[in-house]
Design a protein around this ligand. Sequence first.
Ligand code: NAD
Length: 293
Amino acid sequence: MILLDGKVTSAAVKENIKKETLLLIDAYKRVPHLAAILVGNNGASETYVASKVKNCEEVGFKSSLIRFDVDIAEQILLDKIIELNNDLSVDGILVQLPLPKHISEGKVIETINAAKDVDGFHPINAGKLVQGLPSFVPATPYGVMLMLEHYNIQTKGKHAVVIGRSNIVGRPMSILLSSNLPYGNCTVTICHSHTPNLKEICLQADILIAALGKPGFVKQDMVKDGAVIIDVGITRVVDETAKRGFRIKGDVAFDEVSHKASAITPVPGGVGLMTIAGLLKNTLQAYKSNYEL
Ligand code: NAD
């Protein structure tokens, strides 16, 4: 069984980004710049944004963190996005989700200039992805593709089953795996909360992607011998024995499933780290697009 190690893989991807960034800064005399907006102080969002900012610095990007109180008026947030859209020194913009209920996520995403939408959530980027056109790919599925590439997991002609159909993970994941790409060309089944006989479908998967947000949901009796298992789930489960009072759990019961898998991602230490790598790749691409690269 191969452990698909997010730490090792993301370090390799980041090293390449760092080298390329140095050359680009030398050539264009400008540093790639990611602007991140955080509304409120949700614990998980704070952690994610802090990690994104830290990783930008590690690869030589500039990052700006713009914070707003949880009760900020929607229009003030939209005005800030428009300001960043017009700021030529900013290459990528991300607004950390989820947002407070009084703010429309759809409106926020659509206000970001699609050319700076490094999260790949804008409908223009989603549409381009569907048509196989160059676009910003949502960071998590992008990170999974980078992981498949790093470990040279053969995907062509394989049956991939994706559990979850969200716009940020499941749906773009299913599109990438079915696309005519080096680590695509799978036959894909996408499952969701209304899928009957999920277990039978999962048992047919050569590659199983779990992205439903239910800790330990995928058990060994749902997995074919030799399957490749990608666990996207990240759930904070209360555990008073843990230092922070919780533990991060994936959607796959790792201990039992890993015996049957040919390759599997751990949680933590798997896809989560690759998501950041995907975001950094998108930010670098946004920068390069300014120079028609
Ligand atoms: P979501 O809640 O938007 O979507 C969950 C999907 O799972 C839905 O499409 C739903 O239909 C499906 N689902 C729910 N219960 C199901 C069931 N019993 N059987 C079949 N399908 C079921 O969640 P999301 O934003 O797509 O995130 C999914 C998980 O991935 C969460 O744990 C989230 O924290 C995690 N996540 C991780 C990363 C990362 O960097 N690793 C990034 C984004 C999300």
